[in-house]
Unconditional design. Sequence first.
Length: 330
Amino acid sequence: MNIMPLSQAERSASGGFRVDISRGQRVGRVSSEWFSRPDDERYLNLPDLYDAVRSRAERAQARTVESRAIRVEASGDNPEHLTMTVPGRDGPIAPTHWSFGQLCTLVSAPTSYLRQLPAALSGINLQHGLLSHRSELLKTLEADNGRTELRAVTGPQYGRIWDHELVGAVMKIAGNGTGDSRWKVPGVLDWATMTHNPFVDVTKDTTTLYASDRDVFLFLVDDTNPIEAGRLPDGSPDLYFRGFYCWNSEVGSKTLGIASFYLRAVCMNRNLWGVENFEEITIRHSKFAVQRFAHEAAPGLTSFANSSPAPFVAGIKAARQRIVARTDED
């Protein structure tokens, strides 16, 4: 096993690490995020991302209320004009597009149909559902963004892990995510020379740090410290990098998850190439989600960040030494 410092790595004229992406798998999850995120959901460093999601959490209030006590009113013709009066709050609150869908699901109302109805009819249907809601309790997440919005509505057992808690856990091992630690926004594969250049300016086009009003997604690599796991047929080193991505939604649009792996390169559209040893953990936002994050997910991320690649390298070498067949026909 050999972790190669940058100055000793075998490089091409472009200054990157020569890689062989014919081995391993291609993983497109990060690329899907990269394609779908508008500019206002892209962040250039972890502190800016943390500040954004922390500030919205500080403006939010989570409460458990009786569903029968919620009153739905129409202030216009469209379902977007619905407002709700919730116990303990003086003024009305306006559901977001996301929370409106959550509310419909919780009371077993057809979301797409209610969106097409006039606001008054949509409100009547929702009110009926709330009055007959069998679980009797709902958990709301309300936020003041100039007007009071209902960001999320879930069942009473929902275990909320805040987006800033995940970003904060990543910052403990990755600093600003742009180079003050070994973990950073990845570089780019040069297809002409098949070299991975770790040093690329972090811009809106290259960043892999994302947050919307519904979720966060982060992808970082340790691509200035390649790991040599044996030699390729031409005698050059077979180089890997460590990487991980993680995601969360404090409003219930997805689970919390962390995926760790070894990879050989990241291309411009953020496909991962030559991926090996892919491992993933997901945590549903259930009653004990916060405890699982504190005692399982966050320590697991730190352990991977600080672990030795020796077991991975040993596994690669053992696989290559295994005789699969002795002839072409076999």
